[in-house]
Design a protein around this ligand. Structure first.
Ligand code: AMP
Length: 176
């Protein structure tokens, strides 16, 4: 098996499908079995980090993105920046709202999180419709950073998230 297919097999084996969570009709991709397996966790963090060139910051999206983005930042020798749900960050923020299937959501980042032209890798667990990743990319740019790439563990291809990210370099370790 090549490195890539080993990682794909690992992710496939360690991500658990939970039907009808958090609401009927959603097949939730539960990454906790992967996180709970030390060698598997190390392997996916290394694989996520390998998708990026040199970056200054790694931005993680609350909440599961934090768990992956922080060790990826350490691996790359980069800073970590939390992208949080509205009202959670203590200092001055920039906010970006986006549409969900029902209603809308708002993400925020500290206004001083990035230096001018900082190269930023965005990390999350799952790319679904792409709204979360697209809003995060907009936030990074509005805060003065440059989006180097977006990297996720798992991409749900049928939801066509990439179509919202067409101007960006998007990597997924596994596409289903
Ligand atoms: P989206 O904005 O539709 O691309 O949704 C992506 C965000 O929602 C990510 O932060 C994921 O953690 C979460 N998410 C969306 N769909 C799923 C799913 N089926 N299983 C697990 N997490 C999901």
């Amino acid at each position: 098996m090549s490195g890539d297919s080993e990682i794909q097999a690992l992710i496939q084996a360690k991500i658990r499908d939970i039907p009808d969570y958090p609401q009927p009709g959603v097949l939730f991709k539960d990454i906790t079995p992967l996180l709970g397996d030390g060698p598997a966790f190390v392997a996916v963090v290394e694989a996520l980090a390998a998708t990026a060139g040199p970056v200054d910051k790694v931005a993680g999206i609350e909440a599961r993105g934090f768990i992956l983005a922080a060790p990826v930042a350490c691996e790359l020798g980069a800073g970590f920046v939390p992208v949080r749900k509205q009202g959670k960050l203590p200092a001055a923020t920039i906010a970006e709202s986006y549409q969900l299937e029902y209603g809308s959501a708002t993400l925020e980042v500290h206004a001083d999180a990035f230096g001018p032209g900082d190269r930023v890798l965005i990390v999350d667990d799952v790319l679904a419709t792409g709204g979360t990743a697209a809003a995060t990319a907009t936030l990074v740019r509005r805060a003065g950073g440059e989006v180097a790439a977006i990297t996720v563990l798992l991409e749900l291809e049928f939801l066509k998230g990439r179509s919202k990210l067409s101007d960006l370099d998007v990597h997924s370790l596994l596409t289903v």
